[in-house]
Design a protein around this ligand. Sequence first.
Ligand SMILES: CC(C)(COP(=O)(O)OP(=O)(O)OC[C@H]1O[C@@H](n2cnc3c(N)ncnc32)[C@H](O)[C@@H]1OP(=O)(O)O)[C@@H](O)C(=O)NCCC(=O)NCCS
Length: 183
Amino acid sequence: MTSANIEIRPAIASDARKLNRYVRHIFATSEHLITRPHEFASGPFRQRMWIAGKATNPYETCLIATDGRDIVGMIDSWTDRRERVKHVTTFAMSVHPDWHGQGIGHRLLNSFIEWVRGNERLEKIELHVHADNESAMALYKKCGFVQEGVRRRAIRYNKNDFTDDVLMAYWPNSSGVENIEGE
Ligand SMILES: CC(C)(COP(=O)(O)OP(=O)(O)OC[C@H]1O[C@@H](n2cnc3c(N)ncnc32)[C@H](O)[C@@H]1OP(=O)(O)O)[C@@H](O)C(=O)NCCC(=O)NCCS
């Protein structure tokens, strides 16, 4: 199976078991995520509730990449409902290690950007990325995201081993100064 046959679509309730298995695998194998495997307690039932929450919230989404049998990637977003920040949405994403480097992350992120563009309330997309996550930062820059800030040594791998948390952002409906690095 090649990545050309991968479908990108919103998660539905019946994806819960597979999504739960996928997320567990990602937490167990990815070096650059905050959540450690033992900190992820959801089972398929809670995963189903979580998917339902995304599906019924007009300002949040969960998109999955699937080969028709397994889930091979996902992106999910969350949005504060308070008046002064409700134009901003934040996301996290991953691709199964077996499928890295085949364009699935790029397709997932483009699909998410299109979804935000079609949303009448959302104007700005934000993300957090570990400063040593070179592949993710390259993907985000390629899609137009620019760095807005750095939380120094905000992530601790081991006692004396830290990395910075980089905040990046993109305004999908603007070609203006918002998306120019350093403005
Ligand atoms: C980051 C991640 C989502 C990228 O997904 P992917 O499907 O492998 O990425 P793609 O194949 O779509 O690559 C898109 C772009 O990302 C960049 N990229 C991907 N892998 C890279 C690597 N190993 N080194 C440098 N850049 C890389 C490149 O700019 C690439 O574009 P190009 O192929 O035209 O050069 C994936 O590596 C992943 O799931 N990592 C573990 C979880 C994680 O770190 N998530 C991000 C948390 S902020």
